[in-house]
Design a protein around this ligand. Sequence first.
Ligand SMILES: Nc1nc2c(ncn2[C@@H]2O[C@H](COP(=O)(O)OP(=O)(O)O)[C@@H](O)[C@H]2O)c(=O)[nH]1
Ligand SMILES: [Mg+2]
Length: 403
Amino acid sequence: MRLDYPPNYTERIGAVSIHALQKIYEIDSGKMPKFNGLHQHQSIKAFGYDELSSIFQELAIVIPVKNEKISLLEGVLSGIPNECLIIIVSNSQRTPVDRFAMEVEMVRQYSSFADKKIMIIHQNDPELANTFKKIKYRSILNTKSQVRSGKAEGMIIGILLAKMHLKEYIGFIDSDNYFPGAVNEYVKIFAAGFGMATTPYSNIRISWRSKPKIVNNSLQFPRWGRISESSNKYLNALISHITGFEREIITTGNAGEHALSMSLAENLNYSSGYSVEPYEFINILEKFGGLLPSNNPDIIEKGIEIFQIETRNPHFHEEKGNDHLAGMMQESLLAINNSKICNTELTREINDHLLMLQVKHNNDMTKLNFKKKHLIMDPIKIIPIDKFAEFVVKNSKTFIRIG
Ligand SMILES: Nc1nc2c(ncn2[C@@H]2O[C@H](COP(=O)(O)OP(=O)(O)O)[C@@H](O)[C@H]2O)c(=O)[nH]1
Ligand SMILES: [Mg+2]
């Protein structure tokens, strides 16, 4: 992979470096010759396969899935480089049709052809909830002491399984992606990002080149979806307010495809459901941006790097309708608005936006509850990972390891 390096500019906020969008010149830059001081251009960096491969071996790819088409999930698996550990966290229905069983069956069949390491677990496995109770990680449980539904909740389970398999990096890829080639590019981007990082605390975020859709019977390639446009706008407004300079550095507010080094992942709080991606930015700034008190001197000293890298492939995923989008927009806006670092002027603007959303969807008040709670989960660092591993392996009936 060959891409811009160093990034065009970097915004520094406390210990956090947010790098501007980096462009890819070659998805595959061939076999790199041994370093001779000549092949690295001054403003470009190339990663040969060997270099990427050594990062893939340390990388777990977490795929959250809820009732997606089985063939889409299989396509996603096919795009992930062989060396990566794959962790599927499913919240698919068990009755009347057991879609989780169908997923397990597909993974078993697929594995007989592809020599990959794949794990799968169901988010609603009662033994998983029991494990969380025993280790006193209650912020992932609902009032009935079950693991809450939600993408972020699934991601946390994925991070824990990756940690228990001693992985250094975790990447997240949605299961409803139509292009296995795009998935392959995402994983290469994650590895290139970790390869560029100069600190153990890094976050790699994917910016899609385009999100194709059909409008009036013709294929169009808009750059942003509606939600990304809004959350990028508000995140940029927040950053401009902090730095005093108006810039549009953030292009990846809602990127479902992103990756974290384990050292950073285990220190972050996660916001429930779909607000997890914009909240990741917010939480990094809250914790390490020097705006609020921090109790992580080692991380502050080494610094955090956020890379944003633009794909060459378009992003094409399952369209889930307007209600889904409105709910997601509301969750994302609340995640930004409820932060202590969000200033009053921006809060007013976001509140107006939320109000407008509610008026638009006034016949669907239950889904767009203005007083909706925005739940924050504790950093997984507090979980004794050996105990978690022991309980999950011994008790969880849905935890299956293949390959
Ligand atoms: N484990 C898990 N995955 C979920 C849950 N809800 C959604 N997902 C998955 O999360 C990914 C993103 O969700 P999606 O509905 O496509 O959201 P969008 O792409 O951001 O519009 C998809 O792979 C979903 O199948 C959940 O409650 N648990
Ligand atoms: Mg999707």
